[in-house]
Design a protein around this ligand. Sequence first.
Ligand code: APR
Length: 309
Amino acid sequence: MARKKVSVIGAGNVGAHTALWVAQKEIADVVLVDIMEGMPAGKALDMMEAAPVEGFDANISGSNDFKDIEGSDIVVITAGLARKPGMSRSDLVGKNTAILKSVIDEVVKYAPNAILIIVTNPLDIMVHIAWKLSGFPAERVIGMAGALDSSRLKAFMGMELGVSIENISAMVIGGHADSMVPLKRYSTVGGIPLPQLLPDDKIDALMQRTKTAGGEIVALLKTGSAYFAPSAASAEMVEAILKDKKKVMPCAVYCDGKYGLDGVYVGLPVILGAAGVEKIIEIELDEGEQAAFDNSVAAIRKLVGELTI
Ligand code: APR
């Protein structure tokens, strides 16, 4: 049986590391595409030369020609500008919208049956644009946000409690912005909800750190933004889909009816499998959680409403 094919558009920090995680885990063959001449081919070759050391069998190739994404099962889009210090995600909208438009045209042409995973920020807007411009059914256009935000929360929980990350589960819903909603009642350690393990002030600090985790890394790096965790989270989604794992995880999905919402992409818990988003899971939110979620949705709607696509 031939291996599955994943194309990663944008061979920068996030794209290249996504390719490496996917290949290293032998999830699929990977095609890296970028507009920078030679760069994706160079990175792909470098990774292929690492394969004998790491012992993985998967092909990684790089190209400047979108024709090479033909027949992809999944296309991960990371093309765009990364956030610089002092730059908000919203500042990126104009530039990354133009890039996304050109990429989506090529994806529709060469990989019309692929599942799209959008990584480019500002995520909530980019995924909405990708869905609209591609004309693909919403279950095949998914935003990578909750996988990353919940992984960050899990990491902070592990650091605070000094326990194995294997015991930790966490849920972050809403937008991929400071208004995101980490849910303490649905974040657990060995099945025990966080409020039973830590006092409120400690939990609040973890939640706050999660909301600003991207910015924390931007400030430390000084140039560019996070890429190890974003690429790992992207690869997690690729694996859930290609292995049809039916994994329950938060993703930015098109909400039409659930949670009393319609016509908006927002982070929610879903079942991720071979068909893409196979189900949006409705969880009970208390008053405070609902208010925070409503606030996050309103922020997304405002940004999407300002678009002129
Ligand atoms: N087609 C293909 N690739 C493109 C295009 C295009 N039209 N336009 C830009 N690119 C490429 C750039 O050449 C660059 O190599 O996208 C790549 C982006 O890589 P980086 O600048 O390293 O940015 P990265 O850190 O990978 O972040 C990419 O992911 O997490 C988000 O906020 C982040 O939106 C950003 C994206």
